[in-house]
Ligand binder design. Structure first.
Ligand code: MN
Length: 160
């Protein structure tokens, strides 16, 4: 039998209620203490030594947001639940069910759920990847020069 297959608990995992999957653990979003985020969970749907990418499901609760960060590796995202907003580079967009978002290398990005509902999304990412960079005060000041980005980032208490 193929080692990579036998290392998995099961070749298929059923969807459970409420955006959960059998044998898939709901984890905290990040172990990185430097990172500012709020109300985000993470599930690793596919990860295998034989795959060069991973597929994860992230869920941002209403009013929550992911870390504002950038890195060399890319993300390919599809919205699977609810709606919200994202920042990619200097572009702020409303995102809805089944929208696709590409995050190119070295591009600042953040995902926010709206006030009234969660935002859940699939995120494909390189299995081997570099550690994210967080914005310096100078980076934030540069980002905030754009009015729509400043509005997206919100009050100075949240993003410093
Ligand atoms: Mn990222």
């Amino acid at each position: 039998m193929d080692d990579t297959i036998s290392s998995l608990p099961r070749p298929s995992r059923r969807a459970a209620r409420d955006y959960r999957w059998d044998q898939v653990e709901v984890r905290p979003y990040k172990e990185d203490e430097r990172a500012l985020f709020k109300k985000v969970s993470r599930q690793i749907l596919f990860s295998d030594p034989a795959l060069s990418s991973e597929l994860r499901y992230f869920e941002v609760e209403a009013g929550g947001f992911s870390t504002l960060e950038r890195h060399e590796h890319m993300h390919a995202v599809m919205v699977l639940r609810g709606r919200g907003e994202c920042l990619v580079g200097r572009e702020v967009r409303n995102i809805e069910l089944h929208d696709l978002v590409i995050v190119p290398p070295w591009t600042w990005h953040q995902f926010r759920a709206g006030a009234g509902e969660p935002l859940g999304f699939l995120c494909m990412v390189n299995a081997r990847r570099d550690k994210p960079q967080l914005p310096t005060p100078a980076d934030l000041a540069e980002l905030r020069k754009d009015e729509s980005v400043a509005r997206f980032l919100g009050g100075s208490e949240e993003q410093r």
